[in-house]
Design a protein around this ligand. Structure first.
Ligand SMILES: [Fe+2]
Ligand SMILES: [Fe+2]
Length: 293
């Protein structure tokens, strides 16, 4: 399995945002947050992205095995790859801009800022604004050479049977865990009601940014970060047998965050000059001077 970026077979999406556009088509039902952009517009993609998204999920479902995830966790969760101030990290993340994406001329930082601003406008606590600002920082994994299918996409538990509510469930038959009796039963390696904290999720930007932020933000914020791409849970209500009371309590926060992520994209960039003082103070309040990657 190659780790090269920009190899079409490994990275079928024209940009990382293509996955999120596909999520929008699956869950296009919120109208409150998009400001002056009608949510209907999000549905009207003339470009046939379906095939690349399908190929993306084929790779994701085939290669995100239990062992693969453990390897990635061991590699990345040491956070010994880089150290930089958050503002440098945003610049670094912005190298992911892709001109071929019709919906987002705006860079990654603008998406984070728009999400954060939509949350702030609605009067939510400032730690939730921090979630908006940080939630996709884990996409730097692409810049460390990870293929798209190990960075974005819907996440799901590994080490137990797959829900058929996960997008393109048919591709899980390609995964080596599918026929492994340790991993292919309802509970697999887990105990009934063990709680999501004891469940290993497919590897990607959610888990990475959660681990990066876990000492700095309150518990509901950490759930938003860690499970924002776990649509089979927060939209489809699957995997109830793995949840504990704490997960059930936290679900409302994960659901509260999701529309801000999906529906706050807007072609008008926020006025950074005007916003900068607020965000500098906010970041100072919650984060240390340097972030570890
Ligand atoms: Fe995300
Ligand atoms: Fe996002």
């Amino acid at each position: 399995m190659s780790q090269q970026n920009n190899v079409p077979v490994i990275n079928p999406l024209a940009s990382l945002d293509e996955w999120e556009e596909d999520v929008l088509k699956r869950y296009p039902d919120v109208d409150a947050i998009a400001g002056d952009k009608d949510t209907n517009e999000y549905r009207n993609y003339e470009t046939p992205v379906r095939d690349t998204v399908r190929e993306f999920y084929r790779l994701n479902h085939e290669y995100q095995s239990y062992d693969f995830v453990q390897e990635k966790r061991a590699h990345y969760l040491q956070f010994n790859k880089a150290k930089m101030p958050i503002w440098d990290a945003f610049e670094f993340l912005n190298q992911l801009v892709d001109d071929s994406d019709p919906d987002t001329d705006l860079d990654q930082f603008q998406h984070l800022l728009q999400t954060a601003e939509a949350i702030r406008r609605d009067g939510h606590p400032d730690w939730m604004v921090m979630v908006g600002l940080m939630h996709d920082m884990g996409k730097v994994l692409c810049l460390f050479g990870e293929p798209q299918w190990a960075v974005v996409g819907d996440t799901f538990p590994v080490g137990c049977a797959y829900s058929d509510k996960i997008v393109y469930p048919e591709f899980f038959s390609l995964n080596k865990d599918f026929s492994d009796s340790r991993y292919n039963t309802r509970l697999g390696v887990y105990a009934e009601g063990c709680g999501l904290r004891n469940v290993t999720m497919s590897w990607g930007h959610d888990e990475y940014v959660y681990q990066m932020m876990k000492d700095y933000l309150p518990e509901p914020a950490l759930y938003m970060l860690r499970y924002h791409s776990f649509y089979a849970w927060h939209r489809e209500g699957e995997y109830s047998y793995l949840l504990d009371d704490h997960d059930r309590e936290m679900l409302k926060w994960v659901k509260l965050f999701n529309p801000y992520d999906l529906y706050s994209k807007n072609p008008t960039p926020p006025d950074w000059k005007q916003l900068q003082p607020y965000y500098e103070e906010l970041v100072k309040k919650y984060l240390p001077g340097d972030l570890k990657f």
